[in-house]
Structure formats: structure tokens, C-alpha cells
Design a protein around this ligand. Structure first.
Ligand SMILES: [Zn+2]
Length: 138
């Protein structure tokens, strides 16, 4: 296995790398390749694989130092940077805003619950009144 920048060496005590974004220590090593994908189906690779450690949160770290003079390394680094920028845009504030849009909060839930209880009481009163009414004679 090739030595990588994120793995600890054999002679130093094992100290896991932390994700700079979420502080997780769990990564999956994956090979990334550029593909040409044909609209009618099929694909072909158009670069050699580049390896990255991908965190549970999606943050990726190249396992090798990339040489900006090498076009494939440069393209891989640009892709990593682009993915990181995209993740930054989806900030926690935006996620919260999306949740607020799609879900009700505790106060709204309580208000709806109160209204349902009022309607249930009204329905019960109507049913009671119907039972107490003398039977309808034609
Ligand atoms: Zn992470």
C-alpha cells in the first residue's frame, strides 16, 4: 500500500486524522476518475485514478500531495476544491431554513393540537345532543 499524507506512519503511535469540517475520524478511501459519459449510454475513463479519503460528511482529502503542474493532479484538486465550496454554501443556516420551511415548530404544533381538541369537544357535544334528542317520527 502506498504511503499517503493522511495515514500515520508505522513508527509513530497511531493517531487518527480528524476531518477539518466535522471532526470525524472515519474515512473511506476512494478512487476518483474523470469519465466521458455518452448520452445514449456507456462511458469511458479519461484520466488515471486519483485517491482521496472521503469523510462521513463528504469532505474529501487527497491521499497524495498534488502537483499543480500535472494537469490530472490539477484537475483533481480543482474538483476537490469545487466540492468543498459547494458544501460550504449548504451551511447549517441554510439547512435550518429549509427545515423551518418544511416542518412546523413546537408552538405551531401545540396550536394545531389545541384546535383539534376544541373540534373533538364540539363533535362530542353534537353526538351527545343527537343521542338525547327524541327519535324522529315521520
Ligand atoms: Zn467530516
Amino acid at each position: 500500500m502506498p504511503k499517503s499524507d493522511i495515514m500515520t506512519s508505522q513508527d509513530s503511535p497511531a493517531k487518527p486524522t480528524h476531518c477539518p469540517r466535522c471532526n470525524s475520524t472515519q474515512f473511506q478511501l476512494s478512487d476518483f476518475v474523470q469519465y466521458q459519459i455518452f448520452p445514449g449510454g456507456g462511458y469511458q475513463p479519461c484520466s488515471r485514478p486519483r485517491q482521496a479519503a472521503v469523510c462521513l460528511c463528504g469532505y474529501s482529502i487527497s491521499t497524495k500531495s498534488l502537483n499543480s503542474r500535472n494537469p490530472e493532479d490539477r484537475s483533481f484538486k480543482e474538483s476537490i476544491d469545487s466540492a468543498r465550496e459547494s458544501c460550504k454554501r449548504k451551511s447549517s443556516d441554510q439547512l435550518l431554513e429549509g427545515l423551518r420551511r418544511d416542518f412546523i415548530d413546537r408552538a405551531e404544533f401545540q396550536e394545531l393540537r389545541d384546535q383539534i381538541n376544541i373540534l373533538a369537544n364540539v363533535l362530542e357535544q353534537i353526538r351527545k345532543a343527537d343521542k338525547e334528542k327524541p327519535p324522529h317520527k315521520p
